[in-house]
Design a protein around this ligand. Structure first.
Ligand code: GLU
Length: 305
């Protein structure tokens, strides 16, 4: 593991300088494009970390996987999937197109529309953003904070997300207050984590929903499978197919440059490098995972897992 990780980081570092930091949220534009870090938590509770693994960054879309877990636990899958579907879109994460052409419900909870609709449902059902944050802190086993600058920046400039939300309100996909829903969504995207936190979240899913340290059940194996399957089909935006072929790990990325990934039964992984490819995924992060997957035989359809 340790040599593979060192080699993977060296390989991924070879791509630094390529890709582009997200700047459609102005406060993200200053992220350190030359940073790359990785952390792996193995089933025995050991963390293996390299590079800028402890750099804090905003979760952005990675939070959508955690919001889905929270929604499933609080409301059950029937209620959640009465609002959002489980199909990949093939479109970019913030596209509005299929809301009009494929029915009113967002196709999955990992596109912006789907996560905003899920957040709307959470609030309608009497849960609060603070409760979601407390849930996350329980998973992370430490207090978490929000990057207020990123939050305000996205709130000020998030007109496309605002459009998605009002569009869904007009179709009753969102039934509560749109601005409150968006506010909670922007806050969620601005939660600060490092790769070690992501590795922990990943290991809980890899461990079929049980806390790897205490054995405490956090979510059922069924819900863990459901979330992991959606990570495979929809977790890496509209390059989920290519990522599945080349890396073969359930994963969820965010435009902050983080990727949460996992190897079933074995490990949770967090990678960070803020320069993105044209689909919005961390470019060096993917290269690092690609190398690691091949070097250690971690693809879900290879090896003797
Ligand atoms: N906060 C970002 C947005 O709504 C999340 C997008 C992402 O990470 O894919 O645009």
């Amino acid at each position: 593991m340790d040599q593979g990780l060192t080699d993977a980081l060296a390989y991924g570092s070879g791509y630094l300088g390529q890709g582009k930091v997200a700047d459609y949220i102005p406060a993200l534009a200053g992220a350190p494009a030359d940073h790359l870090g990785i952390c792996v938590l193995t089933r025995d509770g050991e963390f293996h970390c390299r590079g800028h693994w402890d750099q804090m960054f905003t979760m952005q879309s990675i939070s959508k996987a955690l919001l889905l877990i929270y929604a499933l636990l609080e409301l059950g899958h029937e209620k959640v999937f009465s609002r959002v579907g489980v199909e990949p879109t093939g479109d970019s994460f913030n596209s509005i197109v299929k809301l009009e052409t494929k029915g009113h419900h967002p196709l999955n909870p990992f596109i912006n529309a789907g996560a905003i609709a899920t957040m709307g449902l959470i609030l309608e059902e009497g849960r609060t953003f603070v409760q979601f944050m407390e849930f996350l802190e329980g998973l992370a086993r430490r207090p978490l904070t929000i990057d207020e600058t990123v939050y305000r920046s996205e709130k000020e400039t998030g007109d496309l997300n605002r459009s998605l939300a009002y569009f869904m309100k007009s179709d009753q996909v969102i039934q509560g207050d749109v601005e409150a829903t968006l506010d909670a969504y922007f806050r969620m995207c601005s939660i600060l984590v490092n790769t070690r936190d992501l590795a922990r979240f990943g290991m809980i899913l890899a461990n079929d929903g049980q806390d790897p340290l205490t054995g405490e059940p956090i979510l059922s194996a069924y819900y863990a499978t459901l979330v992991k399957t959606l990570m495979v089909t929809c977790g890496m935006y509209d390059s989920s197919g290519e990522f599945a072929i080349k890396v073969g790990m359930p994963a969820k990325s965010g435009v902050g440059g983080g990727i949460l990934a996992l190897v079933q039964g074995k490990a949770g992984l967090g990678v960070y490098s803020p320069a993105l490819d044209e689909k919005g995924n961390s470019l060096c992060g993917i290269k690092t995972l690609e190398y690691l997957s091949q070097a250690l035989d971690l693809h879900y359809f290879k090896g003797n897992q």
